[in-house]
Write a protein that binds this ligand. Sequence first.
Ligand SMILES: C[S@@+](CC[C@H](N)C(=O)[O-])C[C@H]1O[C@@H](n2cnc3c(N)ncnc32)[C@H](O)[C@@H]1O
Length: 391
Amino acid sequence: MLEKRLKRHVIGPEQEFFVVTAPALEHLCYRELMRVPLSCKEAYIVHGGIAFKGRLHECYVANLKLATANRILMRVAHFRAHTFHKLQKKIARIPWELYLTADCELSFRISSHQSRLYHKEAVAECFAKVLRERLDTYGAMSAEADAAPSKQQIFVRIVDNQFTVSLDSSGELLHKRGLKNYRAVAPVRETIAAAILQLAGYSETEPLIDPLCGSGTFSLEAAMMVKHIPSGWFREFAFMGWPGFSRRRWQHLRKTCGAEIRAMDKPQIFASDSDETMCGLLRQTVEKHNLADAVQVACKDFFQIAPRNLTAERGLVVLNPPFGLRLRGEFNHRDFLEAVYGHLQRFYSGWRLALMIPEKQCKTKAPFPGLTKYTLLHGGLKVALLTGTIP
Ligand SMILES: C[S@@+](CC[C@H](N)C(=O)[O-])C[C@H]1O[C@@H](n2cnc3c(N)ncnc32)[C@H](O)[C@@H]1O
């Protein structure tokens, strides 16, 4: 009975999805979505993301492949409610057993603007109570009995008393690729690193030098790009705990993607940092995930590297210099940036540059003209990407 209802209401028909992106990355992510390719329909950009319609399979593909998406929500209901009484009734009408298993762990993310029901905790409590009652009555336990309960998040957005209820299909934010198991100081988010590589026009046929690599985010993203490894290849997703999840379809999708993964003749991505610990951790990650054919890691000072000693061809040099409070007193950021520019001018002629710096550091002018500037938001901080060719 549940099987039939799942097919009729969740698996068969198209669903509404919303891809959440960082501000300013909507267009890039849209481009990715169009390239995937997905048989999604009615895809359009709105502030903070992309809405599209598609079947559950499209949701699997989007989670697995979109490198610049933060998370993907599936819309479950839209309704109006001004009172808790009305809200309870509306929640009780949603067939939750088609979306969630009875044994899942639930959490709620509520936002409310210009609405009578503005008390977020009370709204969350109302959802939790009614939803649990419905799942206890109609819900099925998860098919994998010995697995840990799946963690599911419900997003509720209330604007002018209009509720939009969504289920988070991703789970952990998608910038968590499942590659690194260590923390770094000031790492760049993988979604931002992927965006920077795309904006700088990184192509899989050219060398990449990442000489202030830290935890190696740029190099790992580039390695996945050149080897055609989907960005979500090494992780799991919340949709895998949904009653409508088809393991058979998922495995087929992974098999198809797996067949496209390439082995490289020799590494064309050169990651280095002066921090030995970081280089050691990155090397371990690279080896563990079979990326050593794409990435070479070395512990070196940036100012000691000349690209001609690494590769005969020119390509992209990507830099995310140290900045922020942790370095206060150690050295002057402006002097460091000027030294970086000087070194680039001397040794990287003909290379393309992707330089990520806090917006305010743009006052230190690059000694070469014609760089394009993009403004991005990184963890609430305005950062600039300067990109172009070094003369
Ligand atoms: C902001 S962090 C880079 C973070 C990196 N993008 C990531 O995602 O983890 C800057 C890095 O520059 C490195 N660094 C600073 N001065 C350096 C130098 N002269 N040569 C090489 N690495 C240097 C630091 O060790 C640090 O790992």
